[in-house]
Design a protein around this ligand. Sequence first.
Ligand code: ADP
Ligand code: MG
Length: 451
Amino acid sequence: MKNDTWGRVKQQLLESVGRNNFANWIEPLELTKVDNGVAVFSVPTSFMANWVSRNFADTILTHLKAANAPASRVEFKVAAHQPQPASSEPKPAAAAVVAPVEPAELPGAPLDARFTFDNFVVGKPNELAHAAARRVAEGGPVTFNPLFLYGGVGLGKTHLMHAIAHETRTRNPELRVLYLSAEQFMYRFVQALRDRQMIDFKQIFRSVDVLMVDDVQFIAGKDSTQEEFFHTFNALVDQGKQIIISADRAPGEIKNLEDRIKSRLQCGLVVDLHPTDYELRLGILQTKAEAYRAQYPGLQFADGVLEFLAHRISTNVRVLEGALMRLFAFASLVGREITLDLTQECLADILKQSDRKVTVEEIQRKVSEHYAIRLSDMIGPKRVRSIARPRQVAMYLAKQLTSRSLPEIGRRFGGRDHTTVMHGVRRIEELKGTDSQIADDVEMLRRALEA
Ligand code: ADP
Ligand code: MG
């Protein structure tokens, strides 16, 4: 085979593997010879030899055959280094050149020292997620991969992931643990592309033992990042490495995420952190108050203050913590016992905000669950009655329970017009008078949402 045949085949490969893959994996290949039906390519690193032979060998061979090259197999050999000029040292043996490169520093995000299992308060809404996180942190054979944690803002996803990282590092210090947000993953990826460091990038990400990617919904709609994420993910799963992912919703509900990624994410264990309930909120408040009082022994709470907060502040633990912190600061300034009055005065704005605690998304989720339809259908285009009616119920509740305007509600229902929302709201108002089943459903849902 002549080198210009390879030149032509390369052009076709560019089309079939895409520009990114081509630049990273095909471009650097050099055809050295075709011997006895074996096309031998030289590649710069052993990592690359491995990767190309696992991922692109078949494609390359197919194209070679199509171009009538006399090849029935392809091989990738690591190119020996250029001999050192004027050196009396013996040349390094080929094996030395192939020796794995020392893995570089991991490009992870720093861990918050407070986010440990010890500091995580367990209650009904998060017990499953907590148990799964504990199991993963114990190490040992990988039983579910990935562990996918999802739930609303401030429910403890990041906390649990950091806790897994801390625990893994303590138990198995030799393991390479990498934690970062999906946004940081994208940033590193783009940087590597720009600086032509894709090989290093891939090498680093494929060398970890535990990979954690937080807030993966961020890469939805970002095509080349998704692609790279998918390959990283598969490479690690193939090697039996543990992956932990978090998102603000279930894999199937993330819009603009490729189907193959969704299905991969669903392959392991998917657990959700439910919105906190009263008991869990009180537990968290008590734990944090205790810790604070250990530092400032003079601090006193009047009876019922923590209970009041647990009742009145929304499900988001971050808001809860913020409120408590403010209260502590205030109390230590004025040097008084924290009474209910003081609490209400000091937290007036937060309390007012959490009065409007029901969101359109929660309503959609609850209503979908109640009628056993998919959340995606709730906001999707289907118009069959079995879906349209629950959708109208959700619109009605959104109008009743939130302060959103009709156009705002429409937008949250897959970009529907405000007149559609108005029609839905009216329809349910009418039906409530004539259809007792609908009236019961609406009442039950309202109570559940306001609880
Ligand atoms: P998410 O990543 O789900 O948005 P975070 O993990 O950042 O939420 O949690 C928000 C804050 O609430 C953090 O300060 C975290 O320590 C705290 N937090 C959440 N859940 C718990 C819990 N069960 N026990 C103690 N603290 C919690
Ligand atoms: Mg988070």
